[in-house]
Design a binder for this molecule. Sequence first.
Ligand code: ZN
Length: 74
Amino acid sequence: MKEGGRKQGAPSPCAACKLLRRRCAQDCVFAPYFPADEPQKFANVHKVFGASNVNKMLQVGSYLAILSSLCNTF
Ligand SMILES: [Zn+2]
């Protein structure tokens, strides 16, 4: 699926934004933990915690570290 002529500043979303269908900001907090080339990683987290919890974690940034370490156990 080629996407020519995209607006600039719209790189491919990280795995989290892709799955949650949110706009991936340039400073997206998920991006470092869930790169676009590892969609399964976030899919697992999403399955376990659910979207609303993941969003909550987004707001409480410290959870991301926990999330990230959990990811490595999947
Ligand atoms: Zn993102």
